[in-house]
Design a protein around this ligand. Structure first.
Ligand code: BEZ
Length: 235
C-alpha cells in the first residue's frame, strides 16, 4: 500500500542557510554534524562572485579526505556546527525543487546524522540524531578549489562580489551566525578569515557589528512564507 503523506524534510545549513532560512520551515534547531570539515574552498559564480570573477563560499570536506591534504589551517573541530530546519511534509516538494537549484555551481546532495545542541534539547526533546539533507561541494566538482593560501583567500574575499552582495559580508555573516548558535559552535577557519579580511579593510570587529548582513532580527529569524518572498538561497 502506498501513502500520499509526505514525510517532513530535515535540512542542515552550514553556510548562509544558518542566517538565511529556507521557506516554510516550522522549526530551526542549532546543532552539529560529524565527519566533515568546513572550508572556504568552493568558488561562487552565482552569488558572491560572477563567472568572470568567482567569489569564495563554504563547502564541507569529508574529514578523512581533508586529512590527506596540506591545509594552512591544520586543525579543524571534530564537529561542524550549523542549523537544521524542519520542512513540513506538504511543503517538501516545493522546497526541494527550490533548493535543488543549489546543485548548480557544484553542490551535491548527501544525508548525514545531525546532533541537536544539548541546550536546545533541554526544552524540546527531539530525537537524536536526525537524518538531514545537506548540500556538499565534492572535491571533483568544477568549483572546488582545494586548499587556499589564507592571505590570498582573505584578499580574494575582500575583493569579490556577486548578485547576492559582497563576499566579505557572507564571511562576516557566517562568523557572527556561528557565534550565536551556542557553546562550542565557533569555527577557527571562519573566524581567522574574518579577522584577516577586517585587517585588510582596516576595520575593527566592533565597526563590523553594525554592518554585518543578516536576516536575524533581534534574536528572531525572519520567517518568510513563500519562495516568492524568500531571497534566493545561496551557499
Ligand atoms: C548552506 O549550508 O548554507 C548551503 C550550503 C551549500 C548549498 C546551499 C546552502
Amino acid at each position: 500500500m502506498t501513502s500520499d503523506v509526505t514525510e517532513d524534510l530535515w535540512l542542515f545549513g552550514y553556510g548562509s542557510l544558518i542566517w538565511k532560512p529556507p521557506p516554510h520551515f516550522d522549526l530551526r534547531v542549532p546543532g552539529h554534524v560529524e565527519g566533515y570539515v568546513r572550508r572556504f574552498w568552493q568558488a561562487s559564480e552565482d552569488h558572491r562572485g560572477t563567472p568572470e570573477a568567482p567569489g569564495r563560499v563554504v563547502t564541507l570536506i569529508d574529514r578523512s579526505h581533508w586529512e590527506t591534504l596540506t591545509d594552512q589551517h591544520s586543525d579543524a573541530p571534530p564537529t561542524t556546527w550549523g542549523a537544521a530546519y524542519r520542512i513540513p511534509g506538504p511543503h517538501v516538494a516545493e522546497v526541494r525543487e527550490y533548493l535543488d537549484i543549489r546543485e548548480i555551481n557544484g553542490y551535491s546532495i548527501q544525508y548525514t546524522p545531525f546532533h541537536v545542541s544539548e541546550a536546545f534539547n533541554a526544552t524540546h526533546d527531539l530525537p537524536a540524531p536526525i537524518n538531514c539533507l545537506v548540500y556538499v561541494g565534492l572535491p571533483d566538482n568544477p568549483q572546488f578549489m582545494g586548499p587556499q593560501d589564507l592571505d590570498s583567500l582573505a584578499e580574494h574575499i575582500v575583493n569579490s562580489r556577486g548578485p547576492s552582495g559582497e563576499n566579505k559580508d557572507y564571511l562576516y555573516g557566517l562568523d557572527q551566525a556561528l557565534v550565536e548558535l551556542g557553546e562550542g559552535s565557533e569555527d577557527e577557519h571562519v573566524h581567522d578569515l574574518a579577522r584577516r579580511c577586517r585587517e585588510l579593510e582596516g576595520r575593527t570587529s566592533k565597526d563590523d557589528d553594525n554592518q554585518t548582513e543578516t536576516s536575524i532580527v533581534g534574536s528572531e529569524l525572519k520567517r518568510l512564507g513563500s519562495t516568492d518572498e524568500q531571497e534566493e538561497i545561496e551557499k
